[in-house]
Write a protein that binds this ligand. Structure first.
Ligand code: AMP
Length: 370
């Protein structure tokens, strides 16, 4: 297969997706609507994505022979999560177009690189310092103050790999907790962030095509429970100026990264009305699931369009929406949800409802107000 980095992948082609979770599943469904086949690559034998895909490879993310065989069977490769080994992305990129590029994943994989990138692009964040050891943590705490949050630089999600440092927390204990959570490697293991006493959390999702065109969804208001996204509500209770600023922030990030694909920027709204970037994810995002039911073109179709080099669709929102995640045993309420004729239920095909596991979501629409 020749590497054609600029021509579109026409319908009928095969999109290779690394990762087999619900994001891959909903991307595969969107791809199918546009006439594409998807090939899911992940280590789990019965993944939510592979259940709805044309082909699957069950192998680890560092299996060079399986990655090479996978690349030969697809027209383009993308990801439904960002923690892919660098060597694997390099291997794939030599064989087939990979969108988004390694550069985008590299920035998003590392909390320090990500915050530096935000700041370099004029985007505010909580104050932060890299932390390499217990002594550096004490120095960083002196600089930033308490409360603060110590986070592993990599592989954190849904609040994993984070310790809150209050007035009485012993830095040595906090460090031991984080150092134990960080996988051994040769990178700076942690970052200390000032605690943002936020009025709320918002996110913006932007798609950017091969030609640099962009489509931005309305900012959404996110409420987390136990560090896991609970609800996303749109319209977000932001002023018109904040909405414009949030959308401009997402556009700036996507442009500066030369993104081809889709990207979410999560941000805090401070009590004095400023927007601070928290993190980014260069893939479809949980806070964008409402777009399936409330927008002309949803985030998954936009993702497929961008990755295949097609024109982007309209991100216009036709309804107000509240998306509620179904976590763990919440999914047992599926029948009651279906009894509400206005509720749009999405289940991910996961057999076991473990605590904290995202099993599905439900979106409720209302006439558009703002
Ligand atoms: P993260 O893994 O960085 O997305 O953090 C998960 C959640 O922890 C965020 O959505 C916030 O609710 C909270 N959080 C993370 N960082 C901070 C911070 N610097 N200040 C206040 N809350 C935070």
């Amino acid at each position: 297969m020749t590497v054609t980095s600029v021509s579109p992948v026409p319908p009928g082609g095969t999109i290779g997706i690394i990762g087999g979770g619900q994001l891959g599943r909903m991307a595969a469904l969107a791809a199918a609507r546009l006439g594409y086949r998807t090939h899911i690559y992940c280590p789990e034998p019965d993944s939510p994505a592979a259940q709805v895909a044309a082909a699957r490879t069950v192998a680890t993310y560092d299996d060079a022979a399986s990655l090479t065989a996978f690349a030969a069977q697809v027209d383009v490769v993308t990801f439904e999560f960002e923690n892919i080994p660098a060597d694997s992305v390099r291997l794939l990129s030599a064989l087939v177009p990979v969108r988004p590029s390694w550069r985008v994943l590299e920035v998003a994989q590392d909390r320090i690189g990500e915050k530096q990138f935000f700041n370099d692009n004029g985007i505010g964040t909580a104050p932060w310092r890299p932390v390499t050891d217990a002594k550096a943590l004490v120095e960083a705490l002196d600089a930033i103050g308490r409360p603060a949050i110590l986070k592993t630089t990599r592989f954190g999600y849904d609040g994993k790999g984070q310790v809150r440092i209050g007035p009485d927390t012993d830095p040595a204990t906090a460090w031991a907790e984080i150092a134990g959570a960080a996988p051994a490697a040769d990178y700076v293991p942690a970052v200390l962030e000032g605690f943002v006493d936020f009025a709320g959390e918002a996110s913006v999702i932007v798609a950017r095509g091969l030609d640099g065109s962009m489509a931005v969804f309305d900012p959404v208001w996110n409420v987390h429970t136990n560090h896991i996204l609970d609800t996303s509500t749109v319209p977000a209770p932001l002023t018109p100026a904040q909405i414009e600023e949030a959308m401009a922030m997402a556009r700036r990030v996507a442009d500066s990264l030369d993104l081809v694909g889709i990207l979410a920027v999560e941000m805090f709204l401070t009590r004095d009305g400023r927007l601070l970037a928290n993190e980014m994810a260069p893939r479809p995002h949980n806070s964008g699931h409402w777009t399936i039911d409330a927008c002309v073109t949803d985030q998954f179709e936009q993702f497929v369009r961008a990755v295949c080099g097609l024109p982007l669709g309209s991100p216009e929102r036709h309804s107000d929406a509240v998306m509620t995640n179904l976590i763990g045993d919440d999914v047992a309420g599926w029948l009651d949800i279906l009894r509400d004729p206005g509720a749009k239920l999405h289940l991910y095909g996961k057999a076991e409802a473990r605590p904290g596991r995202k099993m599905g979501h439900v979106t409720r629409l209302a006439p558009k107000t703002g």
